[in-house]
Design a protein around this ligand. Structure first.
Ligand code: PLP
Ligand code: TYF
Length: 392
């Protein structure tokens, strides 16, 4: 049977981890996989997470099953951070998921379940390109059809907002539009406030369903600022989905901490979404892994731990933005990076140039030209600028 399988390429982002690890050159720079790094190149466990782990070890009295929705209090405590307020239980469903990836998959399967019953066309998922390489495979694995528009021009480093709007204006009612909430991966360029307003308007007018991927809240301009665009769209759309990840802003990566929020236009529809989300969670993972979400719950349930988490997150964001400004000031070619936010920027480099950077300069970036700027420090910025100048 299994001889019939088609060979599949490895995940190019995750393969970079091993390539960098096995490079003996001491001056090597890792701008590959999207994890935060501090000034010493480490991806530390956050202080509040360590404290919450100690508390959990002391106080957790059972590891008995929860349910397909996971830790309910966790999903409730995240609401003010994501939405700016507690959202009404009769029109919002929130469940814990294995990472933002699990939330995306669950969202896609919910859409597909509805699409199959509706028996019409529709429920095409619109992706702006380039996007996170897992987006399209997750959507198609769940049975959905993907359509694309150009979001960003790599050569000129500009957001192609007119092309995006044209695509959304041409989309059919019931089509899904996947939006990066903030800190676009891989390009780094987000929509500004007036562009978010225009997207919210067209989503409402055309009856589109937003699927917002919010995986880097707090790493751009701040927790509130980074959710502002998503909130505009959520307010405008009667039905919407939001796939959330705590893996970057709580530094929990391998613990796999996410949430899916679904907004239904009516209580009846919301209840349908809820029961289907729970069924789909059950057939995929039964219930999500507990530990990481329990840590987030412990932190958000405690004012002092929350304050410390926010302070450390502020420090992480400031560090990334200092590196950005140093790059932007260090070479006119890198000036657009000053306007980008989050860990990533997509540089106008060819795969050959990226390969040369790796081979001759020990600079590890994704072949697309994506750089994780958290892999730099103010001390290594000049080394990076010199290497990039050498291959240009
Ligand atoms: N969405 C985007 C844009 C991402 O970059 C990531 C990164 O991993 C995810 C979703 C998934 O996050 P998680 O690691 O929580 O599954
Ligand atoms: O884009 C990145 O680097 C992060 C991490 O299959 C990641 O989002 C990359 C690939 C993957 C899972 C996470």
């Amino acid at each position: 049977l299994f001889d019939a399988l088609a060979p599949q390429p490895a995940d190019t982002l995750l393969s970079l981890i091993a390539l960098h690890r096995d490079d003996p050159r001491p001056h090597k720079l890792d701008l590959g996989v999207g994890v935060y790094r501090d000034d010493s190149g480490a991806t530390p466990v956050m202080r509040a997470v360590k404290a919450a782990e100690a508390r959990l070890l002391e106080t957790q009295s059972s590891k008995s099953y929860l349910g397909p929705e996971g830790d309910i209090r966790y999903a409730e405590l995240l609401q003010p951070i994501v939405f700016g307020r507690a959202v009404p239980a009769d029109t919002f469903v929130g469940v814990q998921t294995p990472g933002g990836t699990g939330a995306l998959r669950l969202a896609a399967e919910l859409i597909n379940a509805a699409r199959k019953n509706a028996k019409g066309p529709g429920a095409k998922v619109w992706l702006g390109t380039p996007t996170w390489p897992n987006h399209a495979p997750i959507m198609t694995a769940a049975g959905l059809t993907v359509a694309t528009y150009r979001y960003y021009d790599q050569a000129t480093q500009t957001v192609l907002f007119d092309e995006m709007m044209a695509a959304l204006q041409g989309a059919a009612a019931g089509d899904v539009v996947l939006l990066h909430g903030c800190c676009h991966n891989p390009v780094g360029a987000d929509l500004d406030r007036s562009q978010w307003r225009a997207v919210a308007e067209v989503v409402a007018q055309r009856g589109l369903i937003p699927l917002i991927d919010l995986a880097y809240q707090g790493l751009g301009d701040g927790l509130e600022e980074d959710a502002a665009g998503a909130r505009l769209v959520l307010d405008a759309a009667p039905d919407a989905l939001l796939a959330y990840s705590c893996d970057k802003n709580f530094g929990l990566y391998r613990e796999r901490v996410g949430a899916l929020y679904a907004k239904g236009g009516t209580p009846a529809r919301t209840e349908l979404m809820r029961s289907n989300i729970l069924l789909l969670a059950r057939v995929n993972w039964s219930m999500p892994p507990d530990h990481g979400a329990a840590l987030v719950r412990v932190i958000l349930d405690d004012a002092a731990l929350t304050a410390d988490w926010r302070a450390e997150l502020d420090g992480m964001r400031s560090r990334i933005n200092r590196v950005r400004q140093a790059l932007a000031a260090g070479d006119p070619w890198l000036a657009p990076l000053g306007h980008h936010r989050g860990m990533f920027s997509l540089l106008p480099l060819s795969p050959d140039q990226v390969a040369t950077l790796r081979r001759e300069h020990a600079v590890y970036m994704v072949g697309s030209g994506r750089a994780n700027l958290a892999g730099l420090t103010l001390d290594t910025v000049p080394q990076f600028i010199d290497a990039v100048r050498a291959v240009r």
